[in-house]
Design a protein around this ligand. Structure first.
Ligand code: HEM
Length: 183
């Protein structure tokens, strides 16, 4: 994944814990990259190793870390130069979720090797929808819970999200029920 992702993990650990803890995590993960470059593509394995090492050092499950990371990502990208892109992607939670593929298509202009996820909203009701998540990668679904919660905070909207289908169990994709209510 692009360095932007690994940098965000670093930022989350350094702001929530300390630089010392980040060094321990990198050491445990056997990652000896001094500085991650946002626009450079790194093997996915580096990101996975960082999450695994963080899970051991912080005594949290990998799922908990990925969920926290999802929430963090929404504010991180907004403040790392992608705020305008976020602003253009919708004024409400459902509108934004429907625009996620357009958002990543725009991101792909600056990140040519991007392997973006794909999202589809179905069964849209006044306060609920089904969110379908497709990816060329495995194991990232806990991140979706955090991402959607982070978006709820962005739009001052109360959100409950539960995973209703898992690709691991032979479903065609991961699916989530999102129930929301603007404050
Ligand atoms: C302007 C804001 C955003 C930027 C700049 C951005 C950029 C990126 C980048 C660089 C990656 C790594 C993929 C790769 O290197 O191949 C990524 C992955 C991902 N993004 Fe975004 N993103 C943004 C917003 C969002 C939002 C709001 C969501 C909410 C659902 C989201 C969901 C994901 C997911 C789930 C992945 C993991 C990749 C996968 O599933 O295969 N992104 N994004």
């Amino acid at each position: 994944m692009y360095g932007l992702v690994n940098k965000a993990i670093q930022d989350m650990v350094c702001s929530g814990y300390s630089e010392q803890i980040w060094k321990q995590i990198k050491h445990k993960a056997e990652v000896n990259v001094d500085v991650f470059l946002s626009m450079e593509s790194y093997p996915d394995d580096i990101t996975h190793r960082l999450v695994k090492a963080a899970s051991v050092i912080l005594s949290l499950s990998s799922a908990e870390i990925m969920q926290a990371f999802g929430e963090f990502w929404v504010q991180y990208t907004a403040q790392e130069g992608y705020g305008e892109m976020m602003d253009m992607s919708g004024d409400t939670l459902p509108e934004f979720l429907e625009n996620l593929d357009n958002l990543h298509a725009r991101v792909g202009v600056s990140f040519p090797k991007l392997q973006p996820p794909s999202f589809e909203c179905t069964d849209m009701e006044e306060n609920s929808l089904n969110l379908h998540y497709r990816s060329s990668r495995e194991g990232l679904s806990p991140m979706i819970l955090g991402l959607v919660k982070g978006l709820g905070a962005r739009f001052d909207t109360k959100v409950e999200i539960t995973q209703t289908q898992t690709r691991d169990e032979d479903a065609e994709c991961d699916e989530f029920l999102v129930i929301y209510k603007p404050n």
